[in-house]
Write a protein that binds this ligand. Sequence first.
Ligand SMILES: Nc1nc2c(c(=O)[nH]1)N[C@H]1C(S)=C(S)[C@@H](COP(=O)(O)OP(=O)(O)OC[C@H]3O[C@@H](n4cnc5c(=O)[nH]c(N)nc54)[C@H](O)[C@@H]3O)O[C@H]1N2
Ligand SMILES: Nc1nc2c(c(=O)[nH]1)N[C@H]1C(S)=C(S)[C@@H](COP(=O)(O)OP(=O)(O)OC[C@H]3O[C@@H](n4cnc5c(=O)[nH]c(N)nc54)[C@H](O)[C@@H]3O)O[C@H]1N2
Ligand code: SF4
Ligand SMILES: [Mo]
Length: 694
Amino acid sequence: MSNEIKTHYRACNLCEAICGIVVKTQGREVVSIRGDENDPLSQGHICPKAMGLKDLFEDKDRLRQPVRKTENGWEKISWEEAYDTVAQKINESREKYGNDSVGVYLGNPNAHNTGAIVMNPMFLRALRTKNKFSATSADQLPHHIAGRFMFGHFFLLPIPDIDRTDYMIIMGANPMASNGSIMTVPNVGKRLRAIQERGGKVVVVDPRRTETSRKADEHVFVRPGKDVFLLLGMVHHIIEQGWADLGKLQDFTDGLDELKNLVEDFTVEEAARISGVPAETIKQLAKDLSQTKRAVCYGRMGLSTQAYGGLCIWLINVINIITGHFDTEGGMMFTAPAFDNLKTVGVGKHSRWKSRVSGYDEYFGELPVVALAEEIETEGPGQIKTMITIAGNPVLSIPNGKRLEESFKQLDFMVAIDIYINETTSHADIILPSTNGLETLQYDLVFHSFAVRNTAKVGMPVFDRLPEQRHDYEILGELTKRVTGNTAMQLPPLEMMLDMGLQSGPYGISMQQLKNEPSGIDLGALKPCLPGRLFNEEKRIQLCPPEITKDMARAKSHLGKNDTEELVLIGRRQLRSNNSWMHNSYRLVKGKNRCTLLIHPNDAEKFKVENEQIVKVHSRVGSVEIQAEVSDEIMEGVVSIPHGWGHNRKGNRMEVAQAHAGVSINDLTDEQLVDSLTGNAAFSGVPVTVVPMT
Ligand SMILES: Nc1nc2c(c(=O)[nH]1)N[C@H]1C(S)=C(S)[C@@H](COP(=O)(O)OP(=O)(O)OC[C@H]3O[C@@H](n4cnc5c(=O)[nH]c(N)nc54)[C@H](O)[C@@H]3O)O[C@H]1N2
Ligand SMILES: Nc1nc2c(c(=O)[nH]1)N[C@H]1C(S)=C(S)[C@@H](COP(=O)(O)OP(=O)(O)OC[C@H]3O[C@@H](n4cnc5c(=O)[nH]c(N)nc54)[C@H](O)[C@@H]3O)O[C@H]1N2
Ligand code: SF4
Ligand SMILES: [Mo]
């Protein structure tokens, strides 16, 4: 091996910010990882997780070859044997019980993995199962549903034009910790500061005084799960004051009159009573948003994962549209990605089938994760007997993870395509490990589409895969061949497919051009594109699609009612975590215990809890024991636990993570708390009780 130091340019694939990195290597050693100042999007920014890529590459616990569970523990097997066994088990299940007996769960890293994005659809088509699930319904499904019914495509999602706005409301998002979501925004701190430096203002609406709110000009506490009333109150006020102005959208937007009727009963006073946001604040937010020329209201995870997730995300779009902040500079805009994946996937079919046990609607080929455990547990035709997880850790990620974990024991067979033996994959019979991060070819097919600026960038593998390793797209391809029996099938080379997509895209860029400019190419600021970009046949924005507004009756039935919960639970993200799977990096977990229960001093007094004391938190579905952290950064009546922890489960083979185990918030979250409109999990506002341990 050579001692020469080599320099590689690519993007970090861990979160949506896709920061440009410069990786220096010597042989198979990572010497350094730093931010790429020439990356047109991230301009040198990285976060502490970037160095985690080195730890991931080196991690001794990471699997590099298939393993099979035996009575004597895990045993390495060859790829041929692994593929053959898995395909045979899948096909046996299909023959014996039908196609739907095979369940699939796709996790978040798929969205960051070029090969998986290209090959997953092919594999899933081959399985022909209705039991397909993914992290989408524990996350952003309401955004896709709003996109589908308002703009005609489930993937057409508006992005805040943060670099040109002068007023930004951030609701239910903490980009200073998450680095942004459905807003690829590396170095968000600098971009927020720039708003202030040009005389603008940032307001954060959140039940917790977050890292982002500390950068903002104003923070507003809102009761978890009650944003829908705040938003309805704002829309009501905007309309009542005569501030609604569609601007240029007037020519191609339907439904303003209907909107007026729908919000009539949602007065500012009632919105204030339910949401806990003072009426004066609601009026001020509505006024500032309406009367600032370049303004935007952004809402994310904290809004989409609540009982009114669908209405919340719809209302975020509505409020930007009716205040003239849509498809305009500094408002919500659409991207024009170099690889236009909207053209390669359909607009999003839905409601073609329902989940067998609870009757949840299918959206875009998937059923909601809240239904996964019951579909495994409940006997009868269509019961899941064989489970496939692909880059997912649902035991830690979906509501009532314990129930799912128990249900796995009932399966005939389970296979995990994953890099670790963790809380989920330890239940598998076979694990097929893929390459990861620095070992992969990367063109970000998803997050360029969600970025605050149009750019394009390709990353070539920093390290060749070892002979015993396989890429996700190879694994998915080989399984597809065997499941369909079409062993002669040629797998399309990834690079060629990317090149074709890029060349036929709006800029006609080639792979070679991107390789010649490894820091990436700048394609400019977001541009107005409506009505041309709309995907519905009428080419008109639907302000009040019936598929969404049908849920207004539920919101209406809440008017005049009082809530009875004394204490409700929300989550939180931390800069040095990445969902559930980066806790095996010592540099990211070392230091003070981060898996704590945030509780307000008044609640601590009420429930006789001392700072740093271990408390027991109970919900309908279970309980956890956790250290309390008394702090007034959390709203009274609300407690918070970060998600992605809980590595103390039996069978886990991640040494560092186990030594920093924490507990899983999803042993408390409840699969019965769902946004009934979309089927999305409602993580925010789970009723809990807290009891000090003696
Ligand atoms: N209470 C609560 N629950 C939540 C959330 C919350 O805020 N609060 N957030 C939700 C959200 S937004 C999401 S996206 C979900 C995430 O839910 P999941 O996607 O189920 O969970 P992850 O922790 O991302 O797990 C990723 C898995 O992929 C594996 N992996 C990593 N890289 C690769 C790769 O390149 N190839 C393969 N094959 N495997 C890989 C990891 O080992 C791990 O097992 O969790 C949701 N759950
Ligand atoms: N460091 C790190 N970065 C990540 C991830 C990670 O795990 N760690 N995960 C990635 C993933 S998969 C995603 S989807 C994104 C998510 O990125 P974001 O959408 O920014 O998600 P969070 O950081 O969880 O911020 C959600 C905020 O909503 C607040 N909140 C909770 N309930 C409510 C409510 O009812 N109303 C309102 N108004 N606010 C509420 C919480 O207090 C929190 O501040 O982050 C990505 N980036
Ligand atoms: S912000 Fe996200 S993409 Fe950027 S370095 Fe951190 S983890 Fe990687
Ligand atoms: Mo997510």
